[in-house]
Ligand binder design. Structure first.
Ligand code: HEC
Length: 105
C-alpha cells in the first residue's frame, strides 16, 4: 500500500517537474528549430536567412531591442512571434539572439 502511494507521488512529482521545465522557457535554439527555421532556415518570403551576415547589419542598424520588438509584433511577411502563439517574449528574444549569433561566427 505505502509503496503504491510512493509511486503515485513519484509520478506526480515527475509531471510537475516537466511542466515547470516548460514554464521556465525554451532556449533560443529550441524556439528557432521548432518555429523560426520554417522561414529563416530557407529565406522564405525574403526572411533573413540563418547564418547570413545580414543579421549583423540588422543588429547594428536597429539593435537587439528593436529587432525583438519587431519579431514580437511582426513585420510585413513576418507574422507576430513567427506565428508561435504560446511563445513568451523572453523566448522570442532568445530566438532573435540565436539568429544574430548564427551570423557572428
Ligand atoms: C512565416 C515565416 C516566418 C517565420 C515562421 C518567422 N519569420 Fe522572422 N521574418 C520573416 C520574414 C519574411 C521577414 C522579413 C520581413 C521584412 O523585413 O519584410 C522576417 C524578419 C525577421 C526579423 C527582422 C525584423 C526586422 O526588423 O527587420 C526578425 C528579428 C525575425 N524575423 C525573427 C524571427 C523569429 C525570432 C522567429 C521565430 C520565433 C521568426 N522570425 C519566425 C518570416 C518569418
Amino acid at each position: 500500500m505505502a509503496r503504491k502511494t510512493f509511486l503515485i507521488v513519484l509520478i506526480i512529482g515527475f509531471v510537475a517537474g516537466l511542466s515547470l521545465a516548460a514554464a521556465a522557457g525554451r532556449t533560443g535554439q529550441q524556439v528557432y528549430e521548432s518555429i523560426c527555421k520554417a522561414c529563416h532556415g530557407t529565406g522564405l518570403s525574403g526572411a533573413p536567412k540563418f547564418g547570413d551576415k545580414v543579421w549583423v547589419q540588422l543588429e547594428k542598424k536597429e539593435g537587439l531591442k528593436e529587432l525583438v520588438k519587431d519579431a514580437i509584433k511582426g513585420e510585413r511577411a513576418m507574422p507576430p512571434k513567427g506565428g508561435c502563439a504560446d511563445c513568451t517574449d523572453e523566448e522570442v528574444r532568445a530566438a532573435v539572439k540565436y539568429l544574430i549569433d548564427s551570423a557572428q561566427k
